[in-house]
Design a protein around this ligand. Structure first.
Ligand SMILES: [Zn+2]
Ligand SMILES: [Zn+2]
Length: 431
């Protein structure tokens, strides 16, 4: 295969300007000045040796080309998008199923799809869960909303003390719509909630569902200068949609699953970032995803958007930057996807993977990876938890209560120690 030069877009956010596209990024080779080197301590000594003046400081911090969650301010005019799920219906450590977080410079945050495994990625970003209270579901396949329970329960326990706000499409029948799905989810967690009453602050165990007509092109959200529109998609059966988010002169499009459709082309016109599914190439669907050839052809080209079709869509839309997701991004599958996309589209492109980050402003679009601590704990609380009352506890039946061993000898001291450490009295529950 003939090798090609891959264009690199240089975007300088420090200077607030964007250089012309299709230039090589040669920044890294620019030497520091000898004055800088002299300032830097150790290199100054090196500068006097036969090595000459070092091109880089041995002690000064340097800007790194990755995103550390909460490690930098969001500019008031900027949107930061973080991929929290880019893979397939079988979530895997490298890739959860579909989920994209959009953080706006006005403080608003929006989640688009919450596929299986995506909750873990959201929590790893260490964003107070009170700020993650709005989710827009594109369709009700589990790989696009299967981790809604994570947002409902786990994020509720971790500091969202208000309802989880959910937007999603209706279905061809009421039981196929978002409202029915969320009602069923809440029922599923009946025991979970009962078991937490009187133990922790459970005010977040509520939902606010906004189900809208999947057939209409319409505004589904308009607050604080943010407009989110939904428009129909063609995927499996009736009831899939895609979304556009507009704020501050910027436009981000999120396509949940779909066969290429006219509504996406129309709504994505002028998009800064256009995110659209791009399915695994058919040969890999057969050999690696283990579908039969018939199923691979049907699913890979008719239910979803094949890479060649993704490229055609983006050639019609011509966004400032295109984002492809919904394939397992491995060294053996990625070249096939890229080659097929490039057979129909030659514009700016990201092949998404989990924790890929885009900073979007009018001046430039910057793609990086986030660096995540796998051992993150709960994000900080944005609002205080409310004290609970023991009277709200459901308690145990006499049969179960009768099995309790007396552990007061070892447990009472913990209460006393806590009292001493915190200067308060904690009653040991004598029962
Ligand atoms: Zn789907
Ligand atoms: Zn999907």
């Amino acid at each position: 295969m003939k090798s090609k030069l891959v264009p690199i877009v240089i975007t300088s956010f420090v200077a607030g300007v964007i250089a012309a596209p299709f230039l090589w990024n040669l920044d890294a080779t620019v030497p520091i000045s000898s004055a800088d080197a002299a300032q830097a301590g150790k290199p100054a000594a090196d500068a006097q040796t036969e090595k000459g003046v070092p091109m880089i400081s041995a002690t000064k911090a340097r800007e790194r080309d990755f995103y550390v969650p909460n490690g930098e301010d969001l500019d008031p005019n900027e949107i930061r998008i973080i991929a929290c799920g880019t893979g397939m219906p079988t979530p895997r450590p490298a890739q959860a199923a579909a989920c994209f977080l959009m953080e706006l410079g006005n403080g608003e945050k929006f989640i688009f799809d919450i596929g299986d495994g995506a909750g873990e990625r959201l929590f790893a970003l260490q964003i107070p869960t009170a700020f993650l209270d709005k989710v827009f579901i594109g369709h009700l396949h589990a790989d696009h909303f299967g981790d809604i329970g994570s947002l409902f329960v786990s994020a509720g326990l971790a500091g969202r003390f208000t309802p989880l706000r959910i937007w999603g499409p209706s279905g061809a029948k009421p039981e196929l719509g978002t409202k029915a799905a969320i009602e069923a989810m809440e029922k599923m967690y009946a025991w979970d909630l009962a078991g937490r009453l009187g133990q922790t602050d459970v005010r977040g165990f509520t939902t606010e569902v906004h189900e809208f007509d999947y057939k209409k092109e319409q505004i589904v959200y308009q607050e604080n200068g943010v407009t989110i529109r939904s428009f129909p998609a063609i995927h499996s059966i009736d009831g899939s949609v895609s979304y556009s988010l507009e704020w501050n002169g910027l436009k981000i499009i999120y396509g949940s699953d779909t066969f290429p459709n006219k509504w996406f082309i129309e709504n994505a016109k002028g998009a800064d970032l256009a995110i659209h599914e791009c399915f695994i190439a058919v040969p890999d669907l057969i050999s690696k995803y283990r579908l039969t050839p018939e199923a691979a052809l049907q699913v890979g080209t008719q239910i979803h958007t094949a890479p060649e079709a993704f490229g055609k869509v983006m050639s019609m839309v011509k966004p400032r930057h295109a984002v492809a997701y919904h394939f397992f991004k491995d060294t053996d599958t990625t070249p096939g996807v890229l080659e097929r996309v490039r057979s129909t589209y030659d514009g700016p492109l990201s092949l998404a993977e989990d924790f890929m980050v885009w900073n979007v402003t009018k001046d430039g679009i910057r793609e990086r990876m986030a660096v995540i601590d796998e051992h993150t704990w709960n994000p900080p609380l944005a609002y205080p938890a409310k004290p609970v009352s023991a009277a709200d506890r459901v308690g145990y039946s006499p049969e179960i209560e009768a099995g309790r061993l007396d552990m007061s000898e070892v447990l009472k001291p913990i209460f006393e120690q806590a009292g001493e450490a915190l200067g308060r009295k904690f009653e040991y529950p004598d029962k």
